[in-house]
Design a protein around this ligand. Sequence first.
Ligand SMILES: Nc1ncnc2c1ncn2[C@@H]1O[C@H](COP(=O)(O)OP(=O)(O)OP(=O)(O)O)[C@@H](O)[C@H]1O
Ligand SMILES: [Mg+2]
Length: 384
Amino acid sequence: MSFRHPLFRNESVLVPEHVPASTPHRGVQMRALEAYFQGVAERSQSVSQTVLLHGPVGSGKTMLTKKLGVVLEKKAASYGNRVKFLHVNCRIDRSLVAILNKGLRALGHSYPTRGLSFEELLQALLDELKRDRVHLLVAFDEADSLVESDPPSLYTITRLREVASDEQVFSSLLISKTLDYVKMVDLSTLSSLSWNTVSLDPYSAEQLYDILLSRSQQAFCEGCVDDGALQMAAELASIYGDARYAIELIYRAGKLAEVAEADKVAPEHVRRAKSDLPPEFRKEELVYLDKHQRVMLKAISRVLKKSDSAFATIGEVEKNYNALCESLGLAPNHHTQVWNDVNELARKGIIEAQLSGKGFRGRTTMIGLSRVSAGQLDEVLQEA
Ligand SMILES: Nc1ncnc2c1ncn2[C@@H]1O[C@H](COP(=O)(O)OP(=O)(O)OP(=O)(O)O)[C@@H](O)[C@H]1O
Ligand SMILES: [Mg+2]
């Protein structure tokens, strides 16, 4: 029996929750976050900060947030201050009351969840923070879902620094895919945000390659991943700019190579991994679309459902969109706005839009769906 060298050195490096030591192409954004919270680290009793961090799926928001938490707690300690970092996912902790309770528990205090009003709970939290001389930084991950279910919560979060006016004990980092949720709430809330924003762009294929290289050097044994496999995974994931998808592809490809008893991960394993692993489609993304964008999406799914080809032209889509608007008694948007909406849907990763090669009726924008089938999308839109 021949001895086979294992492919993986440490596969836990490839699970999505792993926080990597090296984060290529996010140095500038990490430094921006650190700079915004520098004052809190230095003078944690008198300075507070609110920062918005936004970027598309898999652009590194949660990763940067977790790294910031570690850095900030340490930096504050080096100034003799205490900063406590709390990361909450607002899809799981769905109300401010739940989040305040989590804050109290993180500080080692437990309060009855029932019986206290929101104001009493908030006062209790602020009192404990002042007594313990601790500054709490809460990272509200997926903040849009909290604001969506409880619109005034954004106002409350941004006013917490005023509630604690004599001393500063509370800062927040609001994380979301887009800033649309901020636009949905009323203007008095907007003005109290001082608009410190850090924005993350989707990753390019080259950037994803660097990320994959750095993660796979730790995860796989030397020489066990073909460079072409990394390039292919980076290329496939670059349609979405999504590092999570890129990493999942290479992880899955590694598993397939292991089962096949191959000596290295090859492009063919990535190809197979891709067909096993359709990128996730998130229904929540549809929540923030306006009426015309929804109608547009409906038109796209209808055209594609009837078509044999993977793409539809923008002309076909627009025709169907105009017809749908008419049946709904809606005045259709003009061509420029139609084009803007298509680009916006593509930017959010809901559809794919690309220019056709020359020769196909000149050059035209081709529209396709890759995260979801046209039939599924049509169903989701019926529900919404
Ligand atoms: N620059 C990078 N270097 C190394 N790994 C990265 C980088 N950017 C993202 N990743 C990894 O990609 C995965 C997805 O990142 P993350 O969870 O931070 O995305 P996100 O922006 O929070 O996405 P979502 O909106 O879906 O929550 C994680 O495993 C993360 O560690
Ligand atoms: Mg995230």
